[in-house]
Design a protein around this ligand. Structure first.
Ligand code: ATP
Length: 333
């Protein structure tokens, strides 16, 4: 697959102010060439603002953006040649799928034969070879998103920027298109910068995730690093679920699935607390137990349904256990 040989981005002290309001504050970040990097954070945390500065659609208040070591701060959006898949960045409804995909190459006045070959290659990439002559209105939402992706990748951009591209799709379709998107990323090797507020999406697709809060980077790491070693209460609570326990020397985060639960006296070892089951919620593959513990917040315990061998019930007295390394010490309280 033809692709750009560049695509490493460096953000240096990147700041965006709207009047007196700071939307993005002093962001430092190295994005590797070919990386799938996700900006994850709640609404208003500055994800889109950061992406728009990278795209060149928003002026930078302070700081700089380097592409492969060279500043692009003053380079207009169209000269950056970045691909874009935004929610509101719709396909051209009157053009066929082929014309949509070839559009950017047409604009760049590439020879006809080259355009046709590239469109074929892109249709194959997104598995829509049969659909080239349809109009967007004759495609499903997921298929339209794949056309948008093909269109954005057709001119082999060094960087592809995606802002909640799957936001409009229903849950099942979303998971399906996530898999396809990840597969396409693997095949083209282009740098992807992906904005979402969906933690599962971030965990399942990204090489690295940047957790953002109030315009700042809260923590950066691989999905596994962030899940296993959240540094703050916010990171632990935003990516996955967490119980928060204060124990002697500070606050700890403890994932609900890392806790063992058994009737009182039946936990083999590593018992830490005792309590009473307040509620049980059944989710098919897993069950959620809320356990009331004296002088503490309720503790959530998630158990694979097939492991619930004790047939626990509401009101029952239980012991809770975990290995010491399962509780992660937080930097804040
Ligand atoms: N043109 C603007 N003028 C003033 N404030 C703005 C402007 N654009 C964004 N903001 C503010 O900057 C903050 C960050 O917005 P941004 O859209 O980057 O957040 P986000 O993390 O992408 O949120 P969402 O997930 O809701 O899209 C918000 O508080 C928003 O109100």
């Amino acid at each position: 697959m033809t692709q750009a040989a560049s695509g490493g981005l460096t953000l240096q002290g990147l700041t965006k102010r709207f009047g007196s309001f700071t939307a993005v504050e002093n962001v430092d970040l190295d994005i590797q060439r070919g990386e799938f990097l996700t900006l994850l954070g709640p609404s208003g945390s500055g994800k889109t603002t950061l992406l728009m500065m990278i795209a060149g659609f928003l002026d930078i208040t302070e700081g700089d953006i380097l592409l492969d070591g060279g500043s692009i701060r003053t380079l207009p959006a169209e000269k950056r040649n970045f691909g874009m898949v935004f929610q509101g960045y719709a396909l051209f409804p009157h053009m066929t799928v082929r014309q949509n995909i070839g559009y950017a190459l047409d604009v760049r006045k590439r020879p006809r034969a080259e355009i046709e070959a590239r469109v074929d290659e892109m249709l194959d990439l997104v598995q829509l070879t049969e659909f080239g002559h349809r109009k967007p209105g004759q495609l499903s939402g997921g298929q339209q998103q794949r056309v948008a992706l093909a269109r954005a990748l057709a001119f082999a951009p060094p960087v592809l920027l995606l802002d909640e591209p799957l936001g409009a799709l229903d849950k099942k379709l979303r998971v399906e298109v996530q898999d396809q998107l990840k597969d396409i990323h693997r095949r083209v090797g282009t740098t992807f910068v992906y904005v979402t507020h969906d933690q599962e999406e971030a965990l399942s697709m990204s090489d690295r995730i940047v957790i953002m809060q109030q315009g700042r980077i809260e923590q950066v790491g691989t999905p596994n690093e962030l899940y296993e070693h959240p540094r703050t209460r916010f990171a632990a609570g935003f990516l996955g679920k967490s119980n928060f326990l204060s124990m002697g020397d500070g606050a700890y985060a403890l994932r609900p699935e890392k806790i063992d639960i058994a009737p009182t006296g039946q936990l083999d070892s590593h018992k830490q607390l005792s309590g009473t089951i307040r509620s049980i919620t059944y989710f098919g593959a897993m069950q959620k137990f809320m356990v009331t513990v004296e002088n503490r917040d309720d503790i959530e315990v998630d158990v694979d349904s097939w492991r619930n061998r004790h047939a626990l019930s509401v009101g029952q007295s239980v012991d809770l256990g975990w290995v010491d390394t399962a509780a992660v010490k937080l930097e804040d309280t």
